[in-house]
Design a protein around this ligand. Sequence first.
Ligand SMILES: N[C@@H](CCC(=O)N[C@@H](CS)C(=O)NCC(=O)O)C(=O)O
Length: 228
Amino acid sequence: MPITLYKIDGSPPARAVMMVANILGVQYEPYDINPLMREQDTPEMTKKNPMRTVPYMEEDGFCLADSHAIMLYLFDKYATAENASLYPTDKRKRATINQRLFFDCGILFQSLRSVMAPTYTGRLAELSKSMKRNIDDAYRMMEAYLSDSIYLADDVLTLADISAITTISSLHGVHPIDEKRYPKLNRWYNTMSELEVCKRINRPGAEMHVASLKAFMEITKEKLKAKL
Ligand SMILES: N[C@@H](CCC(=O)N[C@@H](CS)C(=O)NCC(=O)O)C(=O)O
């Protein structure tokens, strides 16, 4: 039974799953869900995924939400020796990758989510100081991680990089990485952006995501101006 991946290309976590599936050679049936239209809120969808987020996947009646959980499942089930370095068996390396995945889930993506939610509901015309502070704080943490290794969790590309690059691509669009303050993060971002899989799968969705966030902010700005 093929995998169905509920996703939208603009979603950073969905892009991460799409890239991992592509690297592992996992075929899936894409099913587009637009969270802005609350298409994930139908009783049928809510039953499958009470978190009501994209991405989530379904395989032969097995439903799984959260990009990080999905990436690990796909790796566990479908990785071959060729892909082993994405999530090596060494326990400490794995633990470091897991930590970076939790960092992406709990800190990095949350700094983006705190911008996305008010933007899409017409309550944000520009990033507040505290939003920028939170994003900078996450950039600072990444700069520190990248002082210990070339990539986020190792000297080779791992699942942690694939997860974080999607979030960073959208964050960078709304609050650019200051290359003087975060030179290692800037270098990592440029290296990751040049990967063929990133150009093909991450870049178009990220550009769309950033453009839509900016367009929503612009509309809110105009509405506020009209009220004055
Ligand atoms: N930790 C989750 C976050 C997923 C998430 O929040 N996705 C957004 C789209 S980028 C969403 O579905 N938002 C709808 C909502 O929160 O109601 C993951 O990694 O999959």
